[in-house]
Design a protein around this ligand. Structure first.
Ligand code: DSN
Length: 412
């Protein structure tokens, strides 16, 4: 197996401390199965683009309208990333500059609602994101935010959303979440938002790759603005992106720069361009199909063996396990899983009585292990490990199974 140690390394020669931390992370990823739903493994080509010399270049502004000289290469790369993004999602405008999903969301909310505006989004506890109006996030401080939850079956209740929008009269309604495993009816959300004069912002950070592959509903044509990260199911480098309709795109561009950020991270934008090129290939759709097959299989096996799955299953890459009927917390299982070699995260479930650092849930995702080549046979093995850990079996007994799986399915 090729490792970072086998290549010449200016970093190792110059700074052994940082080099050894990075070697440790390389080993951690190679020898651990990532089941964190928001993580994936991007390609070597994406990583090469992200470590290129263009990291040194300032390029404030947009292609052909920059505030620095020497931006002709930056222009070419950013235009390529934008064109590929628009083709991938069938969108008319793309802004590839947001440094992250959080900055994309705040830039979009400020563009659409303005400071002190009113917003409606899904609550963090029900599966929304911090930036959808959580009180301790800037989205909950800068805006007058109201939050909707899920019904007793773990699904968005559109009647509740409509009542909230009618009462609160927000400028922006947000559809999307971080631990919501069901398809979202963007047409219905748009109808509610537009009926009351609001605009719809869809945050597809989690299912972006599945949306691009046409395997789950797309908000394009319904939402005024679509935000996302590029590193989850989309399998690109860490970063954010905003797609906007004809009416919103100018305000979005001004809000990202100069409103929210200075110089774009051109090395990350180069990585985004590479990833979007990969996502336009037919193999990407096959990969996303396997992500879905694997998550459905994982949900089914866990459920058949007695674990409760929020909403009873999944339509995307996320499986949210409700541990309230067991003797363990999310934190317990996260710790045991790490000892076995599985990287997972504890997660609140709707109406969770436990605090956020403990939780009663476990959020699993199949994007990263599917990148390693896992199919349903390997997912069966993963499911048996999770079941054993919940039952309280010694994590050490699973360590060699996990190592064999890692060696048989190396990272890209
Ligand atoms: N924190 C990310 C997640 O894990 O879903 C979203 O930004």
């Amino acid at each position: 197996m090729s490792t970072v140690e086998s290549h010449p390394s200016p970093l190792r020669e110059q700074d052994t401390e940082v080099a050894s931390w990075l070697q440790r992370e390389d080993k951690r990823q190679r020898t651990t199965l990532t089941l964190i739903a928001s993580e994936n493994h991007c390609s070597a080509a994406v990583r090469e683009a992200c470590q290129s010399r263009i990291t040194d270049k300032y390029a404030e502004g947009y292609p052909s309208r920059r505030y620095y000289g020497g931006c002709e290469v930056a222009d070419g790369i950013e235009d390529l990333a934008r064109q590929r993004a628009m083709q991938l999602f069938g969108a008319t405008h793309a802004n590839v500059q947001p440094h992250s999903g959080s900055t994309a969301n705040l830039a979009a909310l400020l563009a659409l609602a303005g400071p002190n505006g009113r917003i409606v989004g899904m609550s963090l506890k029900a599966g929304g994101h911090l930036t959808h109006g959580y009180a301790k996030n800037h989205s909950g401080m800068l805006f007058d935010a109201r939050q909707y939850g899920v019904d007793k079956d773990g699904r968005i209740d559109l009647d509740e959303v409509r009542d909230l929008v009618r009462e609160h009269r927000p400028q922006v309604v947000i559809a999307g979440g971080s631990s919501y495993s069901r398809n979202i009816d963007y047409a219905a959300f748009a109808a509610i938002a537009h009926e009351f004069g609001a605009r719809l912002m869809a945050d597809i950070a989690h299912p972006a790759g599945l949306v691009a592959a046409g395997l789950v509903p797309s908000p394009i044509g319904h939402a005024d603005v679509v935000t996302m990260t590029t590193h989850k199911t989309l399998r690109g480098p860490r970063g954010g992106m905003i797609l906007a309709n004809d009416e919103a795109h100018k305000a979005i561009n001004s809000s990202v720069f100069p409103g929210h950020q200075g110089g774009p991270l051109m090395h990350q934008i180069a990585g985004k361009a590479v990833a979007f090129g990969e996502a336009l290939r037919p193999e990407f759709r096959d990969y996303q199909r396997r992500v879905l097959d694997n998550s459905r299989h994982l949900a089914q096996v866990l459920s058949q063996n007695g674990l409760s799955i929020v909403s009873g299953g999944t339509d995307n890459h996320i499986v949210l396990v409700d541990l309230r009927g067991t003797d363990v917390t999310g934190a317990d299982v996260e710790e045991r899983a790490l000892a076995a070699g599985l990287s997972v995260n504890k997660n609140a479930v709707p109406e969770d009585p436990r605090p956020p650092l403990i939780t009663s849930g476990l959020r699993l995702g199949t994007a990263a292990v599917t990148t390693r080549g896992f199919g349903t046979a390997e997912i069966d093995q993963v499911a048996q490990i999770v079941l054993g850990l919940v039952r309280g079996e010694d994590p050490e007994r699973y360590r060699s199974v996990v190592q064999d799986l890692c060696e048989a399915h190396p990272l890209p």
